[in-house]
Design a protein around this ligand. Structure first.
Ligand SMILES: [Zn+2]
Length: 59
């Protein structure tokens, strides 16, 4: 249950991406579609701390 909040590099609007609105490309990269301009944008997931090792979200 992680909502990613990012600024779109294309239109500079804040994007709120719920878990089902973005996909995970690898351990620390996500890709989502900007609801404002429709661009597919990629982001690096920034760990909140050193203890953020290992994936918590399994299937
Ligand atoms: Zn945008």
């Amino acid at each position: 249950m992680t909502t990613q909040v990012r600024t779109c590099p294309m239109c500079a609007q804040l994007m709120w991406l719920k878990e089902d609105q973005y996909e995970r490309l690898d351990e620390d990269t996500i890709r989502g579609k900007c609801p404002q301009c429709g661009s597919m944008v990629r982001f690096k997931l920034v760990s909140q701390g050193e203890n953020a090792a290992g994936p918590k979200m399994g299937h």
